[in-house]
Ligand binder design. Structure first.
Ligand code: SF4
Length: 618
């Protein structure tokens, strides 16, 4: 029987529940479970920071087994940044420990009267006083909890920025984060500082022999690529390899708040430079790829700073938006964001927004406490990170995200706020990679590269290649990518081996699910794709209930009107967004307002939600 733990922080009640078989079979697990429960239990219209919102932690059904790259944890909730459904994934060991403790979901309800943390051990659950750790950084908090519960205990926690309700605060485990969408802010709104799990390795498999055979097949597949560029290079250098590719290739490295597609000096941020300060390769539970890199600065103004990263997105966030090329500053910025507990993508994007407003005279030194925001100067960038995390001065405004910050600043600053549905855009330029860019516009969680990364634009022929610069013929691929990601996330499969490197496919993941759970239909990749599509539509229905529709499937105006500067795609704009949106809606079976039709909901087995959204149709 697959189980969840329900914790009501208002009443202090904690109870185990079985996940009903009808839900288990129809939603498979992972994001499927998270989406089903958040749709059913979070009523439309509530404030995401109200106790009525729920915070759902989930792990995959294969977590804690020897299956590779399948032990990540996720959080699903209503986002305070976007007001939409959101989900965010984290790595490390917590997912495995949660599964060993016996749960695929932990649903957090209500709000504690004072700061608390949850402790799970040996079938016992406690809500404990967090007075000693409230206000501590993520590093200090985890060190304290390790002392309290032992080095093997696994923790997820928030930092001081979440406690100050910075709207893009994340949840951290070790140095890994599930950081997008303000999920840490929701956790703080519940007065919940941490969840600690103590558990011993355990594995219950329906067909252990078959499972072992499949894992051996998977490991062989990873190893067979070792001669190629993917496995060994990814393992050696991690995602920072991406810094040089888009910057030097197609002009997709966003610079100066998404005005330019390339910048000089990227050789200073080469993966070889990062390799020179890498001390150790680390990974999530049961993942041979070990893409995490422990990096230490041994000289310069930040000497002694250690960080597990920065990853590609963080390197971009603290270089492209401000046109800085100081490698040490990227490591220090990553360290600051980790300790404060904030999302690096949103933080870097907000700072890039401030730099442009300063350049245009909309912000002056009176607004910045004397900071002079000059492109190429990383010092004010680092100070702004601290100001955001502590909600000081301009940081208090930027802590709201670019959409709300622009509303507060006024003076036409909305033009320069680079977001979709309130979530800041990641480090890939939409005008250079148009299927990836329009994925931002159409995604259920606002701008997000990991929700539908379009690898078909950079050479992946599956299911077909896509011309990144073409103005149309992309809707079906965006739909495919959205559904494909959702299908892999039914088992919390990591994106890198699945979507980027194709070490794991749905056939193999499905066979593993079948061998682990004994449910034969999970072994059918087509079934998993159908469930992925269903989950995607249920998320869309969550958003439709909140009033979202076609009007919100929109990129910043700059993407349509300002030609991109630099790189192979110099001069590009997104010329026909409505054509791509229509293609996407048609492929999905949604009406012209972006609402799933009754026929589509019936086809997907979601007819029961038709009553919730029928009134929003044209
Ligand atoms: S590839 Fe990296 S992020 Fe993904 S599971 Fe492995 S170590 Fe974790």
């Amino acid at each position: 029987m697959r189980k969840l733990l329900r914790v009501n922080l208002s009443s202090g009640q904690i109870k185990e529940e079985s996940i009903p078989k009808r839900i288990a079979d129809a939603y498979v697990g992972g994001r499927g479970f998270g989406t089903k429960y958040v749709y059913d239990e979070v009523a439309p219209g509530i404030d995401p920071l109200n106790p009525e919102n729920k915070l759902i932690f989930g792990t995959g059904s294969l977590a804690g087994t020897s299956a590779q790259s399948l032990s990540k944890w996720m959080v699903v909730t209503k986002s305070p940044l976007t007001g939409t459904y959101t989900r965010s994934y984290g790595g490390g060991d917590f997912g495995a420990w949660l599964k060993w403790a016996g749960f695929e979901l932990v649903i957090i309800e209500g709000k504690a009267a004072k700061p608390v943390y949850i402790h799970v051990k040996d079938g016992k659950y406690e809500i404990r006083d967090a007075g000693a750790i409230w206000g501590k950084t993520t590093g200090q908090c985890q060190t304290h909890l390790k002392k309290e519960h032992g080095a093997k205990a696994q923790t997820v926690c928030i930092g001081p920025a979440a406690e100050k309700l910075v709207l893009y605060a994340g949840i951290f485990s070790g140095h890994r984060a599930a950081a997008r969408g303000g999920i840490g802010t929701v956790m703080a709104s519940k007065n919940l500082k941490a969840v600690v799990v103590e558990a011993n390795r355990s594995e219950t498999l329906a067909n252990p022999e078959e499972f072992k055979r499949l894992v051996q097949q998977q490991v062989k597949r990873y190893k067979e690529t070792m001669d190629g560029m993917s496995f060994q290079t990814f393992r050696d250098y991690g995602t920072v390899m991406g810094v040089e590719y888009p910057g030097r290739g197609c002009g997709s490295f966003p610079v100066r708040n998404f005005r330019m597609g390339e910048m000089g000096g990227l050789e200073k941020l080469s993966f070889l430079q990062y390799a020179a300060i890498t001390q150790k390769h680390v990974g999530c539970y049961a993942c041979m790829l070990k893409c995490g890199k422990i990096r230490k600065l041994s000289s310069g103004p930040y000497a002694g700073v250690t960080s597990e990263g920065p990853q590609y997105e963080t390197v971009w966030a603290f270089t492209g938006p401000t046109e800085c090329t100081n490698l040490e500053a990227t490591v220090y910025a990553d360290h600051l964001c980790y300790e404060l507990g904030i999302d690096t993508i949103s933080t870097g994007n907000c700072i890039g927004f401030a730099y442009e407003l300063f350049e245009k005279g909309i912000l002056t030194t009176k607004d910045t406490d004397g900071l002079i925001l000059t492109y190429g100067d990383h010092e004010p960038m680092l100070k702004l990170i601290e100001k955001i995390g502590n909600r000081e001065g301009l940081g208090d405004i930027l802590a709201e995200g670019v959409k709300r910050a622009a509303e507060r600043i006024g003076k036409g600053s909305e033009e320069y706020a680079m977001h979709v549905k309130g979530q800041e855009m990641p480090g890939y330029e939409p005008r250079a990679l148009k299927a990836l860019g329009m994925n931002y516009a159409l995604s259920n969680v606002g701008a997000n590269h990991s929700f539908g990364y379009a690898s078909q634009e950079i050479g992946n022929p599956h299911p077909r290649l896509v011309d990144a610069a073409a103005d149309d013929d992309k809707g079906d691929i965006i739909k495919y990518n959205h559904d494909n990601v959702a299908a892999f996330e039914l088992a919390n499969c990591c994106h890198f081996p699945a979507m980027h490197l194709e070490f794991v496919d749905l056939e193999l993941m499905g066979k593993m699910l079948e061998a682990a759970l004994g449910v034969s239909k999970f072994g059918n990749a087509e079934y998993l794709m159908c469930v992925g599509e269903k989950v995607y539509n249920l998320e869309r229905c969550f958003n439709v209930r909140e009033g979202f529709s076609r009007k919100d499937d929109i990129l910043p105006k700059r993407m349509y009107t300002e030609p991109l500067k630099g790189g192979l795609r110099n001069g590009e704009v997104i010329r026909k967004p409505d054509t791509i949106i229509d293609e996407y809606y048609d492929a999905r079976g949604w009406d012209r307002n972006g609402i799933p039709t009754a026929a589509t909901l019936t086809r997907l087995g979601l007819q029961e939600v038709d009553k919730d959204i029928a009134k929003f149709r044209n």
